[in-house]
Design a protein around this ligand. Sequence first.
Ligand SMILES: C[S@@+](CC[C@H](N)C(=O)[O-])C[C@H]1O[C@@H](n2cnc3c(N)ncnc32)[C@H](O)[C@@H]1O
Length: 253
Amino acid sequence: MSTPAFRFDEVGAWSVIKLEIVEKFGVAYTKAFANNPRLKKYYIDGFSGAGVHLARGTGAVIEGSPARALKVQPPFDGFCFIDMNADKTAHLQTLCQGRADVDIHTGDCNSYLKEVLPTIRYEKYNRALCLLDPYGLHLDWEVIALAGASRAVDMFLNFPVMDMNRNAIWHNPDKAPKGGIERLNRFWGDETWRDAAYVESPQTNLFGDPPDLVKQGNDAIVAAFQKRLKEVAGFEHVPEPLAMRNSNNAVVY
Ligand SMILES: C[S@@+](CC[C@H](N)C(=O)[O-])C[C@H]1O[C@@H](n2cnc3c(N)ncnc32)[C@H](O)[C@@H]1O
């Protein structure tokens, strides 16, 4: 491995679990299509990173999602890796040297995926596994909607629970920061997250003020997003989410 001019991301145990799931899912995905050579199966990684991480604490080298996708057998027919950090995509280039089946793009994945996803066409026998793994609320609902509408894209989404709770869904909705609310609106596609995030307190007040709003737990919000993936984005199957926890047992994704 060449030494980069920047520091690789340090990742915790939950990231390693996520990477193992993505890798195993990738193998099952390409195997499922192995008997149908007409189908072209692509791997799209919207927040790809550099392809290499370091384990927090030990510094051990951990292969990132693009490096794992490149090893999947039977192989994908093509790869699209996107990251807005030019140092990371430059390092990724070194891992993909000489490969004609890899497209690496430096920039915001939201605008690039709005061009790429419509090229994955069910009726043209294209299929894609698309990993959307942002640190926080940096994804645009339009991208999710395009993936759902295609009927040809399987999406693996890391739902940024911690960023949502820290920066948008506060116990007092009136005090939540505007920037966080805007990012959540963009991620969710509209403001209907408020219906899942807050319910009116059953306690009455003496002065006829509007009822207090009570913030709901992660499960209610995530369940509403699952419903939205099915009913608004049009994904046929939306499995139960798996909580990724940090060393303090708090749900991060
Ligand atoms: C959680 S890391 C991805 C890790 C990678 N998927 C893996 O498992 O090996 C998120 C990455 O998204 C990149 N990023 C953040 N915002 C982005 C955006 N709008 N478009 C593309 N990349 C972005 C960051 O530079 C970072 O490398």
